[in-house]
Design a protein around this ligand. Structure first.
Ligand code: BG6
Length: 491
């Protein structure tokens, strides 16, 4: 169901002062206010255990926005924005407290959105409390953040619990990568350009690389991260989402149902990796100390509160094969890690080599055409190709050239929006295509679980150390080298 853009909403944020709310949600909502994308009557209701008044919460919100907004706050906009803010004191373990929320919500006939910016172990109490107070009417929506479980079983448990109170059409599961403009642009690149559309398959493409590299470590989240590892934290969601968008067939239209249907087909086509082929297909690493931007940083096991014998991976590289007609024989190489040399995300599509080199006498090797899609920072698209240098020296003196798209940041600087801004906006519109459906989450876990089990079963369940500030363990290079390939270098 598509709701008008200017639908009035009551946005209830559980976890009113949490990290996500202060860093991302409040600044994103302020920016939506600035761009006039919030209905006049929409309210923002922080919900939490603290004994705050609405006035207290408004002050807290102002401090957070000031700190995390990437521009100066405007008094006029803030005045308008702050008039929408309320606070509801609620301990989600206490069923009766939900009636306090009900009182506030009953004051208006707005569409209600519950944003669960809370740890996963609190979710169940929220679902039960809302259900018990009849706050889950069919027009309400609920937003869930990752992680949705730590394996298929725990993820199913959350999905089963929520489905007792909310229909799938009411559930908005966030993967913030789906709100990034550069990821959305992949759909335009693939389905608005006949050239790419017709050449996007195993007849033309040799292999695809996806790199999501981070400079940060675990940012004081040792307990959370050590339970998850890079595989659950990044691959299960962000990297698999990028892969499905790259590999999916053209949806019959742009509705959530059609897009999700095609994405699920790809997740179901992932060839299994398990204890039998794990060493050939995956590489795990953990960072040791080193330098990031010239500053010394500690190893993973020397981070604050760390367990010294942790075998959790902070780096993963995987060779992924797909079991379908379009992609058979085209590996997707994924790599992602913390404390790597640079923060950037990039997709590189390597096209097949020329079958015959007509220019061999003067050019032994012909460059392999590549499409380089930089997602972050400074998104742009480059195409590597070969051309002839004019002149009489050799009959055919060839060189490698690049066709480059505009710098999206520069050209569209006025239109740039943060992923959370986009996702909150879509949720207020009631459009689900940028959110992850139950089948996607569960199919992703079905593929991820045997890999994690496989690692645990192998004798050598110890990740390879790599120095902070490098590109990960040396086996990551070998993974491609064995296939006579190499990682496309950052530049
Ligand atoms: C989050 C992970 O989902 O994504 C973090 O939990 C990671 O560990 C972050 O650092 C990366 O997001 P971005 O937008 O900075 O690439």
């Amino acid at each position: 169901m598509i709701i008008e853009i200017n639908q009035a909403c009551d946005l209830v944020i559980f976890g009113a002062k949490g990290d996500l709310t202060t860093r991302k949600l409040l600044p994103a909502l302020y920016k939506l206010e600035k761009s006039k994308k919030i209905h006049e009557c929409t309210r923002i209701i922080g919900a939490g255990r603290a004994d705050w008044s609405t006035q207290d919460y408004i002050k807290i919100a102002k401090t957070a926005i000031k700190k995390f907004l990437n521009e100066e706050m405007d008094d006029f906009i803030w005045k308008k924005f702050s008039s929408r803010i309320y606070f509801c004191n609620i301990d989600v373990q206490k069923l009766v407290h939900f009636f306090r929320l009900k009182e506030i919500l009953n004051q208006k006939k707005n569409i209600i959105i519950y944003y669960c910016a809370v740890p996963p172990n609190t979710l169940d109490s929220i679902f039960i409390g809302l259900g018990n107070a009849n706050l889950n009417s069919i027009s309400s929506r609920i937003v869930l953040e990752k992680p949705l479980g730590t394996c298929l079983q725990t993820s199913k448990k959350i999905n089963n619990q929520i489905s007792k109170y909310f229909l799938e059409s009411q559930i908005f599961r966030i993967d913030h990568y789906l709100g990034k403009e550069s990821i959305l642009n992949l759909l335009a690149l693939r389905f608005a350009n006949a050239f790419f559309f017709h050449n996007w398959n195993n007849k033309t493409i040799d292999h695809i690389q996806i790199t999501v590299s981070e400079e940060v470590g675990i940012e004081g989240r040792w307990n959370y991260f050590d339970m998850m590892g890079q595989m659950r934290d990044m691959v299960q969601n962000h990297l698999l989402q990028i892969l499905t968008i790259l590999a999916m067939d053209q949806p019959s239209n742009m509705t959530s149902e059609s897009i999700r249907y095609e994405k699920v087909k790809i997740l179901r086509a992932l060839k299994p990796i398990n204890v039998n082929n794990i060493n050939k297909k995956t590489v795990r690493g953990q960072y040791s100390s080193g330098f990031i931007k010239g500053e010394q940083v500690p190893s993973y096991i020397k981070e604050k509160n760390a367990k010294k014998n942790s075998c959790t991976e902070t780096f993963v590289a995987i060779k992924v094969d797909l079991n379908n007609k379009k992609w058979s024989g085209v590996p997707f190489y994924l790599r992602t890690g913390k404390r790597l040399a640079h923060k950037y995300s990039e997709i590189v599509v390597f096209f097949k080599k020329m079958p015959i080199n007509l220019f061999k006498s003067s050019n032994l090797e012909l460059l392999q055409n590549k499409l380089i899609i930089r997602l972050e920072p400074q998104p742009n698209i480059t195409f590597d190709f070969v051309n002839k240098i004019p002149g009489l020296e050799k009959e055919y003196n060839l060189e490698n050239s690049q066709l480059q798209s505009v710098d999206f940041d520069e050209k569209y600087s006025k239109n740039l929006i943060d992923a959370y801004e986009r996702l909150l906006f879509e949720c207020m519109r009631g459009v689900q295509s940028l959110f992850v459906c139950r089948d996607e989450v569960e199919e992703a876990w079905k593929w991820i679980d045997p890999i994690i089990d496989g690692w645990q079963q192998t004798e050598n369940n110890i990740p390879q150390l790599y120095m902070s500030g490098t590109w990960g363990p040396k086996d990551s290079d070998l993974l491609l080298f064995h296939d006579s390939r190499y990682w496309y270098e950052f530049n």
